[in-house]
Design a protein around this ligand. Sequence first.
Ligand SMILES: *Cc1c(COP(=O)(O)O)cnc(C)c1O
Length: 234
Amino acid sequence: MSQRSEEIAARLAAVGERIATACADAGREADSVRLVVVTKFFPSSDVRILADLGVTDVGENRHQEAEAKAAECADLDLCWHFIGGLQSNKAAAVAGYADVVESVDRVKLLSGLQRGAAARGRGPLDVLIQVSLDPPGAGGRSGVDPAELAPLAERVEEAEGLRLRGLMAVAPLGEDPGAAFERLAQIRRPFLAAHPDAGVLSAGMSGDLEAAIAHGATHVRVGSAVLGSRPAVK
Ligand SMILES: *Cc1c(COP(=O)(O)O)cnc(C)c1O
């Protein structure tokens, strides 16, 4: 094993233990939470190491980087999650390589995603709706306002070629993540009642995965705890 493989294997094991402990604390089965390793800023050689170590799901948040990496790793049997802010003119291209688009937050994205999914010809594209947990009016927020979730979910359900699988959220900076994910769990209740097949809840990152699992996360998106710290964003 290379030094990098050993380092990633050790970090991966530690994250696995955190997930198992959080599940036990929440009275949940350890296999009820799936790990998506966020590989943004890290090279495709790391994606290969992850796949060798048994990781099945990877996440990327920037279209160009994601597209290139997915192409470089096309021989690997991985599920690619797109988790970043999405421009409507890029939606079709993202649907060309992503297996799950987690960051759908407006109707305007749907036609592009539908077009991209149809062109790819692999059947329906899995979609999560990103819900904003930021206070209304906060700058730079991504995600649909919780008040707009129900109509957006209906539009996704109606969109041929897209399959509504659940919700995604990011805890706001500077707030106790437990409080934010508690709010998310409340938002999810009526959503699940209306969309019983959309049971995915993607929430929790390196710093707050325990709080997310306590509040029902089925997927955690973990980057730095597995791969190390990322170079600062310019
Ligand atoms: C980068 C990113 C993550 C992973 O963050 P870490 O703190 O490195 O675990 C999770 N979700 C989204 C949407 C991200 O952009």
